[in-house]
Write a protein that binds this ligand. Structure first.
Ligand SMILES: Cc1cc2nc3c(=O)[nH]c(=O)nc-3n(C[C@H](O)[C@H](O)[C@H](O)COP(=O)(O)O)c2cc1C
Length: 253
C-alpha cells in the first residue's frame, strides 16, 4: 500500500477530519482499525508513500483497542502524520501516546495533529465541527505534511504535548442499551468495533467488552440504542466548564 489512512472512527468525527487531510494527499488505501474481522498483521505499508493514522481521544488517551490493532501493523518507515481528534474538552496524552505507538510500529512520524470534532456522547459540544474554518486549516496542515514527507529523513525529532506515564483511563461507565423499539436488525452487532453486542440478541450489550464508543447509538437505523438520558443530563451539567470556548486545532512537527 502506498498512500494510506489508518483510522479508528466509531461515529465518523475522526473520519471527517481524515477525509479532509486525505483529499489533499492522494490517499488511496484505507485501513479501518474499527473492524474486528481484519487481520491487522497483514497490514504492511510499502515505506514510500504518505500515511495518516487517526484516532479519537477517549479520556485523554488512545482507545486501547486501536493501539492493540495498530501494533500489529508495520509502517516500514512510511512518512506519517498522526492525528488525534477530540470533542472540545482536551486531548491530554492522546497525541503523545499515538506518536509513541506509531513510531514503535515502524512509522516515521513527521507531524502530529490534534483536531476538534463534534463530541460523540454530548453532541452539543463542537457541534458540526470540523466546520469551514477547520477545513481550511486542515487543508493547510495537509500541504505541510506533503512537504515534510518529501524530506522525511531530514524531519527532525519533535515533541508533542502530553505526559508520560500517561494519565490513567479505566473506561467509561456509559453503556448504551436498546429500548423496546429495537427491531433486532443486527446492524449494531455487525458494526460494533469490539463485538460487545451479541448477534443473536442485539438488544443486549456486554458491558465488560463495551468501550462506550457510541457507534451503535450513531448507526441504529431506528434510533433504538441510547444512553440513559438522566445520566447524560447530569454529566452535561457537571462537565460544563471544561467544554467552554472554541478549542483550537494544532499541528506539531
Ligand atoms: C468514551 C469517550 C470518551 C471521550 N473522551 C474525550 C476526552 O477526554 N476529551 C475530549 O475532548 N473528547 C472526548 N470524547 C469525544 C471524542 O474524542 C470525539 O467526539 C471524537 O470526534 C470521536 O470520534 P468518532 O466520531 O470518530 O467516533 C470522548 C468520546 C467518547 C465516546
Amino acid at each position: 500500500m502506498k498512500n494510506c489512512a489508518l483510522q479508528f472512527s466509531p461515529t465518523g468525527g475522526v473520519k471527517r477530519v481524515m477525509d479532509i487531510l486525505a483529499s489533499e494527499l492522494s490517499i488511496d488505501g484505507q485501513v479501518d482499525l474499527s473492524d474486528p474481522e481484519t487481520d491487522f498483521s497483514e497490514v504492511a505499508l510499502d515505506g514510500d508513500g504518505v500515511c495518516l493514522i487517526g484516532v479519537p481521544s477517549f479520556g485523554g488517551r488512545v482507545p486501547g483497542i486501536a493501539i492493540e490493532r495498530l501494533r500489529k501493523t508495520n509502517g516500514n518507515g512510511s512518512a506519517t502524520a498522526v492525528v488525534c481528534v477530540f470533542g472540545n474538552r482536551a486531548y491530554e496524552d492522546t497525541l503523545l501516546e499515538l506518536k509513541t505507538e506509531a513510531e514503535a510500529a515502524g512509522y516515521k512520524v513527521v507531524a502530529a495533529i490534534a483536531a476538534v470534532a463534534e463530541h460523540s456522547i454530548m453532541r452539543q459540544h463542537a457541534k458540526n465541527r470540523p466546520d469551514e474554518a477547520d477545513e481550511l486549516e486542515l487543508r493547510g496542515y495537509a500541504k505541510e505534511i506533503q512537504r515534510l514527507a518529501a524530506d522525511k529523513d531530514k524531519a527532525g525529532d519533535f515533541t508533542v504535548p502530553g505526559n508520560s506515564p500517561y494519565k490513567s483511563y479505566g473506561g467509561s461507565s456509559l453503556k448504551p442499551k436498546a429500548d423496546e423499539s429495537c427491531l433486532s436488525c443486527g446492524l449494531c452487532a455487525e458494526k460494533c468495533p469490539v463485538q460487545a453486542i451479541p448477534k443473536d440478541n442485539p438488544a443486549l450489550t456486554e458491558n465488560e467488552k463495551c468501550i462506550s464508543c457510541m457507534r451503535c447509538v450513531a448507526i441504529c437505523p431506528n434510533g433504538s440504542r441510547k444512553l440513559d438520558e438522566q445520566t447524560i443530563i447530569a454529566l452535561t451539567q457537571a462537565t460544563k466548564k471544561v467544554f467552554e470556548g472554541r478549542k483550537l486545532n494544532e499541528m506539531h512537527s
